[in-house]
Design a protein around this ligand. Structure first.
Ligand code: SF4
Length: 365
């Protein structure tokens, strides 16, 4: 494998665990040589193997509400999109669906929705308590920005993890894409979640208008500085009923380079091969597992809801196909990669904090 001496130096520095400077991150993000890109992926794969092992953890997603009060310019669920069928699942529906996940080898349920005030603090706490009482699943919430007292109540009800992507580290781009909201508010939520003891997930979108390699390098640095535990990196996919409907989709190759770089920089975090990456390029998900990813998030939203949760086009049918995959199907997919299905909760394990294999007992936070 041939690298320029500068690329080889940066990769070796990252593998050794030394922090990279921003211009070194930009150098890796802008690699164009297939040989150098492959060297980056192999280095990330090696760090993945030594820091988090060969297991791939399944986190089953239930998208329980298609309502959202926000108007993010890239999202099909935005409040201003009148062309989407909105739905809400009942507590019984959510609990019953979560009960099926254990049979699918998932050890975590991800309860995801738009920002929907219908699920107020009391209603969400009731759902969380019910899922915790009726299953042995770790509970991850992905329900947006909330008052800090809600985060506290959800944690007390038993929630283990919280996903809240920062979307972009550029304050100007964030403001332009999220009317009425700013990056500082988002980061304050992430810091509060960390302070409350959640395992915290974040991440960004690759391919937003005006986004440069410099901005993506800042995304990497923000994720590192916030000490994020789970990192979701997805490509921008245009939705026709949004202000960005005419903007081209993100580049799957750049998403893969971001995943590899984040594995090198953050070492022991959990990084999914995202659904959006699989929708943009079905082969790219497999490549992501060879470039640092260690989590797979099958969608278990039941029909008829799954096709209505259209944050970007093409997601519904693809997600449905995943949900129908049998346990054998997962095993075959992962065995082909030389990997196995994770059997524990897949909490982040690090020397300084350890990880109890029972979520909610504090060690995994
Ligand atoms: S990205 Fe999330 S918060 Fe923004 S409109 Fe879509 S569902 Fe709502």
């Amino acid at each position: 494998m041939t690298c320029t001496s500068e690329t080889a130096r940066i990769i070796a520095k990252a593998v050794s665990g030394e922090a990279l400077w921003k211009d070194e991150l930009v150098g890796l993000l802008t690699l164009t040589s297939p040989e150098e890109t492959e060297a980056l992926f192999q280095a990330a794969d090696g760090v993945r193997r030594s820091c988090v092992g060969d297991e791939i953890f399944l986190r089953g997603i239930i998208e329980f509400s298609g309502h959202c009060r926000r108007n993010c310019h890239y999202c099909g669920l935005r409040a201003g999109n009148r062309g989407v069928r909105r739905y809400r699942m009942t507590e019984d529906e959510i609990a019953s669906r979560a009960g099926m996940l254990g049979e699918k080898l998932c050890t975590t349920v991800v309860l995801q929705s738009g920002e929907d005030p219908f699920y107020d603090k009391e209603r969400m706490c009731s759902i969380i308590r019910r899922v915790k009482n009726e299953t042995s699943l770790a509970v991850t919430l992905s329900i947006g920005e909330r008052p800090f007292e809600d985060y506290e109540a959800f944690r007390d009800a038993g929630a283990d993890r919280y996903l809240l992507r920062h979307e972009t580290s550029s304050p100007g781009l964030y403001r332009a894409l999220h009317p009425g909201h700013d990056l500082a508010g988002r980061v304050a939520c992430l810091r509060k979640l960390r302070q409350l003891g959640y395992e915290v997930g974040s991440g960004c979108i690759v391919g937003l208008p005006g986004q440069t390699a410099d901005v993506l390098a800042e995304d990497v640095l923000l994720i590192r500085d916030l000490d994020i535990d789970m990192i979701g990196i997805g490509p921008f996919i245009p939705h026709p009923n949004t202000p960005l409907g005419g903007h081209p989709a993100g580049d799957a190759g750049l998403v893969l380079r971001m995943i590899a770089i984040l594995r090198l920089v953050t070492r022991d975090t959990n990084i999914p091969a995202t659904t959006a990456l699989g929708v943009l390029d079905p082969g790219a998900r497999r490549k992501a597992f060879n470039a640092g990813a260690n989590v797979f998030m099958p969608n278990f939203t039941p029909d008829p809801y799954t096709s209505s949760y259209e944050i970007y086009p093409g997601k519904g049918p693809e997600a449905g196909a995943i949900a129908k995959a049998s346990e054998g199907g997962y095993a075959a997919l992962f065995e082909g990669l030389g990997r196995t299905i994770g059997t524990g909760y897949g909490c982040r394990v690090r020397a300084s904090r350890g990880c109890a294999e029972t979520p909610g007992t504090g060690g995994g936070a």
